[in-house]
Design a protein around this ligand. Structure first.
Ligand code: BGN
Length: 278
């Protein structure tokens, strides 16, 4: 789908002592100051992924640095596919990134938002300026969907096969999203109180509204995703009630009230595995 004239040939003469900025083309959206980079077939020089699932292009200096934060429990099969696919996808984009898998090891209902808060804190401490929150069942289909942060918080996955590639509602802000560390801190992260499926992403959207942060999306064509099939999570009861008071909790429920026990952190070849008891 990328027009041929957008492909960049990376010169083989680059030496590591004189790193130049990675080549990105200014395309798509002026207001987001984003651009994409696609490189040619010569790229596959074997694996350059460091333990912990971190990758940095070696022949140029990347402009974007992103932590990919994935909440996880009990989907080993999906995770394997996700990791292999995402490393291929992300390396094409010539960005610096690291994949964090945050696993809930207790047996309480799944708390996606709290896991994302934990991943965000870890990534912020590691110095990442851009946080990409990503469900493990979503695979991006378009290389132009750059995994980097824009001036405004961005909803990456607006066009998913499961919803027949149509955005279900305008304020949907779940699935795969990107926010700068500054934006995430400004809204005190996400609510820690959503155990069970649903509502935590709508709560996050309410926080954006309070902070007057406008949401942006790339065009549907660029935002296409394939959702892997899976069993559904038990839905959270009374999530409407929790959501109703989202605005009153923003300053007391979030990053500043986050409590959990880190059970272990293991650096695997393709990801950093953080196991937590919520
Ligand atoms: C919505 C869910 C979201 C979910 C989307 C897409 C709720 C809150 C009800 C008050 N919201 O219905 O969390 O991401 O569907 O599946 O359940």
């Amino acid at each position: 789908d990328i027009p041929v004239n957008l492909y960049v040939k990376i010169s083989e003469n680059f030496t590591s002592s004189a790193l130049i900025q990675c080549d990105y083309h200014d395309v798509l959206y002026d207001d987001t100051s984003l651009s994409i980079s696609i490189i040619d077939e010569d790229f596959s020089e074997g694996h350059k992924i460091k333990d912990g699932g971190e990758y940095c292009p070696t022949d140029c200096k990347p402009k974007f640095s992103s932590a990919i934060i994935v909440p996880y429990r009990d989907r080993a099969e999906q995770l394997r596919g996700f990791l292999v696919y995402m490393h291929m996808f992300l390396q094409q984009q010539n960005i610096h990134y690291r994949i964090y898998i945050i696993e809930q090891v207790d047996s309480n209902p799944f708390n996606r938002a709290k896991l994302l808060n934990i991943g965000a804190l870890t990534a912020i401490r590691a110095g990442y300026p851009c946080l990409i929150f990503h469900d493990v069942d979503l695979l991006p289909l378009k290389p132009a969907n750059l995994y980097a942060c824009t001036k405004c918080p961005r909803h990456l996955s607006s066009s998913i096969n499961k919803f027949r590639f149509v955005l279900p509602y305008l304020n949907l802000y779940g699935g795969a999203i990107a926010m700068t560390t500054e934006q995430y801190k400004l809204i005190n992260g996400m609510s820690n109180r959503y155990y069970g499926w649903g509502g935590e992403d709508d709560d996050l959207y309410a926080r954006l509204e309070i902070a007057k942060l406008k949401l942006c999306r790339f065009e549907p064509q660029t935002s296409k995703y394939h959702m892997l099939p899976h069993k559904t999570h038990p839905k959270r009861l009374r999530r409407q009630h929790l959501l109703k008071f989202a605005r009153t909790r923003i300053h007391k429920d979030g990053l500043n009230s986050l409590q959990y026990t880190e059970v272990a952190t293991v650096l695997h070849p393709l990801f950093t595995h953080i196991m937590v008891d919520l």
